[in-house]
Design a protein around this ligand. Structure first.
Ligand code: HEM
Length: 91
């Protein structure tokens, strides 16, 4: 089973050199990816340590972007944090 990570833990990783983001209830560590991100480092830093699902979907990321994401997946958002912090349901 995937590791469960609380939103409180994600919040601690909220800066450029320590950058975790929640997308669709999965947690990604994009610290290393931020400088390679075609959308720039700043867009990732803006949602560092929180749920960036809405922002991610609003951009209309490609399937290729979703493939790249998998490399940075580190765990699932803790069940207790899902309901109240999930702005968007999985498609
Ligand atoms: C692990 C997470 C992410 C990955 C792997 C990723 C990857 C990519 C890739 C590959 C592109 C090039 C266009 C495409 O293929 O869709 C892109 C563009 C972009 N991304 Fe991300 N992205 C991630 C998260 C985010 C988040 C959270 C935001 C916003 C807060 C964001 C904002 C953007 C923007 C603004 C562009 C530029 C779109 C354009 O210039 O047309 N990305 N991203």
């Amino acid at each position: 089973m995937a590791k469960e990570i609380s939103l409180a833990t994600v919040k601690k990783h909220n800066k450029a050199d320590d950058l975790w983001i929640v997308i669709e209830n999965k947690v990604y560590d994009v610290t290393k990816f931020r400088l390679e991100h075609p959308g720039g480092e700043d867009s990732l830093v803006d949602v560092a340590g929180r749920d960036g699902t809405k922002e991610f979907i609003d951009v209309g990321h490609s399937l290729e972007a979703r493939e790249i994401m998998k490399k940075f997946y580190i765990g699932d958002l803790a069940a207790a944090d899902i309901k109240k912090n999930s702005p968007i349901r999985k498609p």
